[in-house]
Design a protein around this ligand. Structure first.
Ligand code: F6P
Length: 320
């Protein structure tokens, strides 16, 4: 393989830049040229392509977001859009494509593979941690750390006013950000799309903690279940305490990536190039039990995310 393409697609995630850097540097070190596609599949359709050299990725690992920028591209859902994307790949003589993104982006890669025989390798870049085949997605660790810092700030002021703090976090249909943030911040309850919740039980738990001398309560709500605002409104009917709801929003998607995401990005990027370099495509890469693994893209996108019941039970065991 002489020339590969690289794009980031869907919601950006901290660590994407570390993966970009790893793909570019390891490809060049293996004698492969790299073309970066700006704005994801939209840029591929519109021929927004740049040649990348070693220096084009210098100093980017510490930066959140993606230097290639990204987009959610509806045109890729149409055959016509995909044909335009492939025409751009052919124009530049790009033989293999690295796609950094979530499951929607992987579906695009899967179509390029199935319909046009383009070799693709997917790197899981999303804060949501919603892909079954990998233990962690790139950006999840940073997003959770951003959430726990924000929740820590909230807890300071909520404690001063003896309030109940309801915090909405992202994750689309997956509750992992909420669950991990809940454990890490000592939340009194976590409301997730994967588990039914009982508002009366949450209210009585808050009451118990108050009787034991706790003056602040934290409830984390995953956006896939409902909004924090909506939950706070419901909870108000059952608790006498002052409640404030905060939506962390896109703040959790930006910022300096953690060590875990920078190192994961580097490992995933290097493996992507190894695979394409040896003529292997139609794969996605992930991490399982701290080993970098790869699997068939079609199989990976058809897997349903399972909920980590053990971790959920851990949370239950450490709440009052
Ligand atoms: O998939 C990442 C994510 O941040 C989700 O957690 C969230 O639901 C969505 O993207 C928000 O998308 P947008 O930035 O397009 O509003």
């Amino acid at each position: 393989m002489k020339r590969i393409g690289l794009l980031t697609s869907g919601g950006d995630a901290p660590g994407m830049n570390a993966a970009i850097r790893a793909v570019v540097r390891s490809a060049i070190n293996s004698g492969i040229e790299v073309y970066g596609v700006r704005r994801g599949y939209a840029g591929l359709i519109e021929d927004d392509v740049i040649k990348m050299d070693e220096m084009s990725v210098s100093g980017i690992s510490a930066r959140g977001g993606t230097i290639l920028r990204t987009a959610r591209c509806l045109e890729m859902l149409e055959k016509e859009g995909r044909e335009k994307a492939v025409a751009t790949l052919r124009k530049y003589g790009i033989e293999g494509l690295v796609v950094i993104g979530g499951d929607g982006s992987f579906h695009g890669a899967k179509c390029l593979t199935e319909e046009f025989g383009i070799l693709t390798v997917g790197i899981p870049g999303t804060i949501d941690n919603d892909l079954e085949y990998t233990d962690f997605t790139l950006g999840f660790d940073s997003a959770v750390n951003t959430c726990i810092n924000a929740i820590g700030n909230l807890q300071d002021t909520m404690l001063s006013h003896e309030r109940v703090c309801v915090v909405e976090v992202m994750g689309r249909r997956c509750g992992d950000i909420a669950l991990y943030a809940g454990i890490a911040t000592g939340a009194d309850a976590v409301v997730l799309p994967e588990k039914p919740y009982d508002i009366k039980e949450i209210a009585s738990r808050i009451e118990t903690t108050r009787k034991l001398g706790k003056f602040v309560n934290t409830v984390i709500v995953a956006e896939g279940c409902m909004s924090g605002e909506e939950f706070a409104k419901k909870l108000k009917e059952f608790v006498p305490y002052d409640i404030r709801s905060t939506c962390i929003g896109h703040i959790q998607r930006g910022g300096t990536p953690t060590m875990a995401d920078r190192v994961l990005g580097a490992r995933l990027g290097v493996r992507a190039v190894e695979l394409l370099g040896s003529g292997v495509g139609n794969r996605v890469i992930g991490i399982r039990k701290n080993e970098i693994v790869d699997m068939d893209i079609i199989e990976a996108v058809s897997m349903k995310k399972t909920f980590d019941t053990t971790l959920y039970n851990t949370l239950q065991m450490i709440t009052m």
